[in-house]
Design a binder for this molecule. Structure first.
Ligand code: TEU
Ligand code: CA
Length: 561
C-alpha cells in the first residue's frame, strides 16, 4: 500500500528569485517581487514553492555560496520581507521549501574567514585543509565541477582547502560534529519560522573518503575524477539519519535531496528509517545526461527515447511503494526543456504541452521551473560578456585557453549554459519583458514579445492554459498520483506510452515524442473510440478501431476505466 502524503499530491514551482520579478527597479528580482506574483502562481494550481537560495551571499554562484545562513541577501530584501513572503504563501494555502546548501559555504562566511587565519584556531577544522603533495601539488588530482582543481592553496597557512565547486565555495567538514550541529540548529531556526521543508543541494557529497585518494584520469585529461571518493561517502547515511533525529523527524515537512549518481537503491534506503521520513524524494540526474557524451554536459549526443523510457521504468518501478520520485526536466542548472527535449521553433507549443503531459502523468512529485509554463526557450547571447554564470564563464576561459575556436565554444554555451534558464521571467511585452524598468542583471531573451505571461493567460490555446488544465486533471484523478506505472509499446522508438492504474481507475497515456507523423496500434482490449479522451494537445484525436494516427509531438490521455 502507498501511504498518502501531502507532498506526494503536490505540484511544485521552482523560483529563481534573481530572475523572477524586480519590485524596486534595481534590475534584480527580489522577495517583494515574488510576493507581487503569488496570485499568478496560485492560479496556475501550484501547491509548493521551492525558493532557490535567498541567504546572504557575495553571489559567486548566485546564492549557492552563502556567507550567512540566517540572513537575507541584500539585493533580495530583509528578513522581514522573507517572513512576509512565507506568510503570504501560507495565506494562499501553498507551502514553501528552502534551498539548503550545506556541502559548502562562501569563503566570505565568518567560519571560513576565521578558519583560514591560522593552523590552530577553533574554526580550522570546520573546513577541509590538507598539506600539498610532492612538489607543491594539490593533495589530490580531483577536478572541480566548474573546471580546474578542487583544491586552492592558501599561503597564509601553507595548506590547501577543498572546494568541489568554485574556489569561493569551500567545502564544510562534516566529520566535525560541531559543524553538523550548527547546521541542524540553523535548519530548526528556519523550520520554526514556518517553512515547509528543504531542497538539499548536492546532499550526497557531504561525506568524503578520508583517505583522499587520487581519482582515475578523466577524458578531459588534466585531472582525475574524485566522484568515487565524495559521492555517497562512507558516513553519508549516518549524517542524514542524524539530521533526521535532530531535525526532520520533528516536523511535518517535505524534503528533496539533490543527488548525483545516487541510484534507486540509495533512494529507497534514504527515504525512511523505521517509518520516519528522511529524504522523501531525490533529484537524480539520469535524464540530464541522455543528450551528452562521456557524462560531459558540453558534448552533444542525440536523444534516444529508449534510454529515457528505461530511466523512467527503472525509477518508477523501483520506488513503487518503497519511496517516491521527484519529476523534473529542467531547473536553474539546465537548458530550457522545450529547447532540449522538444522543439523550440515550429512546434514550440505542441512539444511544450507534450512534455507537460509527460511530467504531470508520471508517478512522483512534479517540479515546474519558472517560465516552463509559458514555454520559455534557450537564449543565444552573441558575446561571452553577456553571460553571468560562473560555470559558463569558466568553461569559456578554460576551453579558449586551450586554443579551441571561440565560435565552437560559444555554440556549446548556447546549447547548455545554465544561463539559458536564468534569463528574466517574461511577464509581458513591455521593456525588459516587464521584469524590470532598469537594466536587468542579465539580458532578457529577445523573444519576449512573442512569449510572455500576459499573452499566455489571454490565449486559451496557450501552454500556460494547458499546464493549468493538466494540473487540475492530475489533482482530480488520484490515480495519476498514486497509480502503478506500466509501460506499453516498450520497443517503440518514438512513442512513449504507459498505463497508470490505481484501484479501479486506469489511465492510458500516449505520447509522440518527436516531430514525425505516425500510426500505431494500441495493445488494449477496448476500442479507443469507446473510451474517454481526457486531454490532448491537438483539438481532436484521429482514432480507428485498433489504434490511432499521431501528429508531431501529439500527446493524449484516456481514461480506461
Ligand atoms: O548543483 C549541483 C551540480 O551538480 C551542478 O553543479 C551541476 O553539475 C551543474 O550545474 C550542471 O551544469 C547545485 C546547484 O543546483 C547549482 O546551481 C550550484 O552551482 C551547485 O549545486 C553548487 O552549490
Ligand atoms: Ca530588485
Amino acid at each position: 500500500m502507498i501511504k498518502k502524503r501531502w507532498w506526494k499530491e503536490a505540484v511544485v514551482y521552482q523560483i529563481y528569485p534573481r530572475s523572477f520579478y524586480d519590485s524596486n527597479q534595481d534590475g534584480i528580482g527580489d522577495l517583494k517581487g515574488i510576493i507581487e506574483k503569488l496570485d499568478y502562481i496560485e492560479d496556475l494550481g501550484i501547491d509548493v514553492i521551492w525558493l532557490c537560495p535567498i541567504y546572504k551571499s557575495p553571489n559567486a554562484d548566485n546564492g549557492y555560496d552563502i556567507s550567512d545562513y540566517k540572513s537575507v541577501m541584500d539585493e533580495f530584501g530583509v528578513l522581514n520581507d522573507l517572513e512576509r513572503l512565507i506568510e503570504e504563501i501560507h495565506k494562499r494555502s501553498m507551502k514553501v521549501i528552502f534551498d539548503l546548501v550545506v556541502n559548502h559555504t562562501s569563503d566570505e562566511h565568518d567560519w571560513f574567514i576565521k578558519s583560514r587565519n591560522s593552523l590552530d584556531n577553533e574554526y580550522r577544522d570546520y573546513y577541509i585543509w590538507r598539506e600539498g603533495k610532492d612538489n607543491n601539488k594539490p593533495p589530490t588530482n580531483w577536478e572541480s565541477f566548474f573546471g580546474g582543481s578542487t583544491w586552492t592553496y592558501d599561503s597564509k597557512t601553507d595548506q590547501y582547502y577543498l572546494h568541489l565547486f568554485a574556489e569561493k565555495q569551500p567545502d564544510l567538514n562534516w566529520e566535525n560534529k560541531e559543524v553538523r550541529f550548527n547546521i541542524y540548529d540553523m535548519m530548526r531556526w528556519w523550520l520554526d519560522k514556518g517553512i515547509d521543508g528543504f531542497r538539499m543541494d548536492v546532499i550526497n557529497m557531504i561525506s568524503k573518503d578520508q583517505g583522499f585518494p587520487d581519482g582515475d584520469k578523466t577524458p578531459n585529461g588534466d585531472y582525475g575524477d574524485g566522484k568515487p571518493y565524495f559521492l555517497n561517502g562512507p558516513c553519508l547515511y549516518e549524517y542524514i539519519k542524524e539530521m533526521g533525529e535532530e531535525v526532520l523527524f520533528n516536523y511535518d515537512i517535505m524534503t528533496v535531496g539533490e543527488t548525483l549518481d545516487f541510484g534507486v537503491e540509495n533512494a529507497k534506503k534514504f527515504s525512511e528509517v523505521n517509518g520516519k521520513e528522511l529524504l522523501d524524494m531525490v533529484f537524480h540526474f539520469e535524464l540530464m545526461s541522455v543528450d551528452c557524451r562521456d557524462e560531459n554536459k558540453w558534448r552533444k549526443k542525440d536523444i534516444n527515447l529508449q534510454e529515457i523510457k528505461r530511466i523512467y521504468k527503472k525509477w518508477n518501478q523501483g520506488l513503487y511503494e518503497k519511496g517516491w520520485n521527484a519529476i523534473y526536466l529542467g531547473n536553474h542548472d539546465q537548458p530550457r526543456i522545450v529547447s532540449r527535449f522538444g522543439n523550440d521553433e515550429k512546434y514550440r507549443k505542441k512539444s511544450a504541452k507534450m512534455l507537460a503531459t509527460m511530467m504531470l502523468t508520471m508517478p512522483g512529485t512534479p517540479f515546474i521551473y519558472q517560465g516552463e509554463e509559458i514555454g520559455m526557450t534557450n537564449v543565444s547571447f552573441n558575446d561571452i560578456g553577456k553571460y553571468r554564470d560562473i560555470e559558463t564563464i569558466d568553461h569559456y576561459r578554460i576551453e579558449t585557453n586551450k586554443g579551441r575556436s571561440k565560435g565552437r565554444v560559444m555554440k556549446e554555451i548556447h546549447r547548455v549554459s545554465r544561463d539559458n534558464a536564468r534569463t528574466p521571467m517574461q511577464w509581458n511585452d513591455d521593456l525588459n519583458a516587464g521584469f524590470t524598468q532598469s537594466t536587468p542583471w542579465i539580458n532578457v531573451n529577445s523573444n519576449y514579445k512573442e512569449i510572455n505571461v500576459e499573452k499566455s493567460i489571454n490565449d486559451p490555446d496557450s501552454i500556460y492554459n494547458y499546464y493549468q488544465n493538466m494540473i487540475k486533471i492530475r489533482k482530480n484523478n488520484l490515480g495519476l498520483i498514486y497509480g502503478k506505472y506500466k509501460p506499453i509499446l516498450e520497443e517503440h522508438n518514438s512513442i512513449f506510452s504507459y498505463i497508470r492504474k490505481f484501484n479501479e481507475d486506469k489511465y492510458l497515456i500516449i505520447i509522440n515524442f518527436f516531430g514525425q507523423n505516425l500510426s500505431i496500434e494500441i495493445p488494449i482490449n477496448k476500442k479507443l473510440k469507446e473510451i474517454d479522451l481526457i486531454i490532448s494537445n491537438y483539438k481532436d484525436a484521429i482514432l480507428n478501431d485498433k489504434g490511432l494516427s499521431l501528429r508531431p509531438y501529439e500527446s493524449l490521455m484516456f481514461k480506461l476505466s
